[in-house]
Design a protein around this ligand. Sequence first.
Ligand code: NAD
Length: 516
Amino acid sequence: MTSPAPESTRFLPHSLPTHLQHYINGQLVDSISGATFDVLDPVSNTSYATAAAARKEDIDAAVAAARQAFLHGPWPRLKPRERSRILNRIADAVEAQEARLAELETFDTGLPITQARGQALRAAENFRFFADLIVAQFDDAMKVPGSQINYVNRKPIGVAGLITPWNTPFMLESWKLAPALATGNTVVLKPAEFTPLSATLWASIFEDAGVPKGVFNLVNGLGEEAGDALVRHPDVPLISFTGETTTGQTIFRNAAANLKGLSMELGGKSPCVVFADADLDAAIDSALFGVFSLNGERCTAGSRILVERPIYDEFCEKYAARAKNIVVGDPQDPKTEVGALVHPEHYEKVASYVELGKSEGRLLAGGGRPDNLPLGLTNSNFIAPTVFADVNPGARIFQEEIFGPVVTITPFENDDEALALANNTRYGLAAYIWTSDLTRAHNFSQSVEAGMVWLNSHNVRDLRTPFGGVKASGLGHEGGYRSIDFYTDQQAVHVTLGSVHTPRFGRIDDAAGNEG
Ligand code: NAD
């Protein structure tokens, strides 16, 4: 079912900027060269703004400002409670802008408005969480009675380079900004070039909350130019990256010369495994939401559904019927469940997988643009929720991340086959398991190659838990204390108590004493 609003009734956010600048050392500035790039909205696919395109010299300026603020500014030296108060003010401001953020995000990314609304609250929660964590934070002290005390002196590292993707951009930026700033680092954020709009909100949010100038810097630009200059910069000791696996590999290579701390949150092709003893209705709800929410542009999407043979036909039939009912349409319409894919280039990629799928699986739903798009929206980036059944593990649609509203369904006969299928990709981000057998659930979870497992649950995450993938889905974990660990050095300080008892090299009297 489709219901995009006609072009004439399309809602547009008020006061849309037509030019997006960098924010460096507390100033909104253009690129030194004057270079810009066009930003499209995914419904009209026309350019609504230009954005300043950073080159190496702009990155140098942003890093210099962040380094100055780190070496000589107050931010790294504030007491945790003082930084925590500022972080809470940031969270308040983000919450207060929930409606504005949602309309900008929906306009720029094509996310359905009802799903964009939650993003501000989650972003605010990231700041509150780390505001709490840094005041509760303590580090180890170890004593050897009478002879030594040892303690951990936790320190911010310096300028953190934060490079983020275009799916849920503001929320994913908050994920890195909150722990990096909470721990006293200064930052240069490079948002994705497809979706730079919502990041413009950060500058005034931070300024109003009392973040000193130079602590937060934002540079817009293309990955291969602006992102690359940040990755290679010798004064940026940390890079936190979220994006495609191939980009992560490039960043790894380019960061090697300066041996940086790297956190890599990469792609996924996560299995959703449904056993015959599962609560079928709950599993279907979750398996639908897991791949079609956020337009399927979700790193943890359960995009490979594996179903035990006795319920396979029933599952496929019910799943496809529901997929056909999903409301595809104008992202700003509250009835919309799947909006527009972010960019025509991404649309082309997803559409080509849909075509490929027709020779690799049995098409049960979707298969291209939705029917009945009104005039004016026929060129937008809409793809109907697409379901392929009987997909074998050799198929490209089974192996490759599509990052759109496309899912494969594959039958399995027993637990061993289910596990082999689940692990049969290069990725290892998430896994979803549906069964009422507790022993099987735990055994399967522990054997599946995934950084995160949800048992009889859709994707809800406690912020204290580690987030990250294994295999080609990433290196390092963030989330809770792991983020604090990534953004800090843990210096060990060893102090002698009592007399110093160092072996006395070169002392002739001792040597004589030894001989005697
Ligand atoms: P992408 O890799 O194309 O781009 C991500 C960011 O990297 C952008 O800001 C881009 O400009 C920048 N970039 C590109 N080339 C660069 C280079 N050579 N040097 C430095 N920076 C460079 O990813 P995308 O298409 O924006 O996002 C989608 C991908 O992100 C999917 O693969 C998805 O699974 C992944 N993702 C992962 C997680 C996670 O937590 N694991 C979360 C969200 C998205």
